[in-house]
Design a protein around this ligand. Structure first.
Ligand code: CTP
Length: 410
């Protein structure tokens, strides 16, 4: 696979790319591809089936990529949880060459080696490049397996006609590098519509101190904010999640933990310059104790307690007036129990936002703490979009589907 005249498309630069190799003679051709992608700035990690290792040794791929090669399903084989690690890590997976055997196993949902397990655990676009004997390629069962993979969203780069290892001339040669790279770039363009963008998301309810052990807060779990952060990172954004809640680790999301509204504002101010999008899913308190007590307030000393509360400035509205946030597309979230669209519109205008997601907190089956949500998304261009009940992760993607086309072009 000579790559001399084939430039690496810009879309692929900097990407976390998993190159999966199965056992065909064309395995030697993808060594060059791994090397060229690494030199172009991709982070390339290779996984190989046992048969692939009979054609090319893992040290060859390790040498050209600078990364250890995953060769099996056990922790000693190159990662803490090899069966899911690479699929979780990768932003794009390319399987080349894809033999008839591995295609059949993927189509059947198998996960009995590191290549099939990685594909089953994948969250990113997958491009496969079949290469095999022409008689195998023409078999009905292989065609059906390939069609099933296409139907599930896999991009298939068809093999070419030419001299085959068997000595025949027929269709089954691994497609050349330029076709593979073009298909990879297209898969990236379609999926990573936030590539090159910086997104800040806030999540969770702020905690406002009463004394050293008590605080005022609200029921926000931070799940919606985390879902948005994860969805934005999966679409290629560099994401900062400013949150009061603990969250699972997600590739591409940097978590900054805060407690109070003041800390949240400070963190936002530190990060906002140059950001493209602020998604303000946090439930920021509106009031806080005017003065937090030193130490613990004791019942014996204070038989009745009156708290004086002062109001907290509106963070998202305040940021909108600051120079560093000029040009940042600001989307707020409004938890409402009636007239979602009306109240959402009023809040969006009052806070000078470009968009707002109003969700219904009157329903027991969605909202605070739940894994589901529903609501209406409004934009300052006057458009309004109802979102029926769905998981918070699905809702995060539907919201981003609406927001991304409205972001100012770079
Ligand atoms: N918000 C904020 N700063 C605050 C309060 C709210 O930035 N002090 C943001 C929230 O993060 C959210 C949006 O404003 O994105 C709407 O929050 P909401 O609590 O519904 O609005 P309020 O202005 O507090 O109105 P309400 O009186 O209905 O609570």
């Amino acid at each position: 696979m000579p790559l001399d005249k084939t430039p690496i498309p810009d879309e692929l630069r900097g990407l976390r790319l998993a190159l999966l190799v199965s056992g065909g003679v064309a395995a030697y051709k993808v060594v060059d591809l791994a090397s060229a992608l690494t030199q172009a700035g991709c982070q390339v990690r290779v996984a190989m089936t046992p048969s692939a290792m009979r054609f090319v040794g893992p040290p060859t791929f390790q040498g050209v990529t600078g990364n250890p090669v995953l060769t099996g399903l056990w922790p000693a084989d190159g990662a803490p949880e090899p069966h899911v690690w690479l699929g979780d890590w990768a932003q794009l997976i390319i399987l080349a060459p894809a033999t008839a055997n591995v295609i059949g196993r993927i189509a059947g949902g198998r996960s009995d080696d590191i290549v099939t397990a990685t594909l089953l655990a994948a969250r990113c676009p997958v491009v496969i490049a079949p290469a095999m004997n022409d008689a195998m390629w023409s078999k009905q069962v292989v065609r059906e397996n390939v069609a099933a993979l296409r139907h599930r969203g896999v991009t298939v780069v068809e093999p070419e006609t030419g001299h085959l290892a068997s000595g025949h001339v027929g269709t089954g040669r691994l497609a050349d590098a330029s076709k593979l790279l073009k298909a990879m770039a297209e898969a990236v363009r379609a999926r990573y519509d936030l590539a090159g963008r910086r997104v800040i998301v806030t999540a969770g309810g702020t905690r406002e101190r009463i004394d050293s052990v008590r605080f005022i807060s609200n029921y926000s779990s931070g799940k919606m904010g985390f879902a948005i952060a994860a969805a934005a990172a999966d679409r290629g954004a560099q994401v900062t999640l400013v949150s009061t809640a603990g969250h699972p680790v997600h590739h591409g999301v940097e978590v900054k933990e805060v407690v109070t509204a003041d800390e949240m504002l400070e963190e936002l101010r530190a990060d906002i310059k140059g950001a493209d999008l602020l998604m303000m899913a946090a439930a920021v308190a509106d009031f806080r104790p005017a003065k937090a007590a030193e130490g613990k307030i004791r019942r014996e000393d204070t038989p009745t307690l009156t708290l004086e509360l002062e109001s907290i400035p509106d963070l998202i509205a305040a940021l909108g007036r600051e120079k560093d946030a000029a040009g940042v597309f600001r989307v707020g979230f409004a938890a409402e129990d009636s007239d979602l669209a009306g109240k959402g519109l009023e809040k969006m205008k009052r806070k000078g936002l470009q968009g707002i997601v109003a969700n219904d907190i009157s329903r027991k089956d969605i909202g605070f703490g739940s894994d589901h949500n529903a609501g209406v998304v409004l934009f300052s261009d006057g458009s309004s979009h109802e979102l029926e009940k769905m998981t918070k992760r699905e809702m995060a993607d539907r919201i981003l589907d609406l927001v991304v086309p409205r972001l100012p072009k770079h």
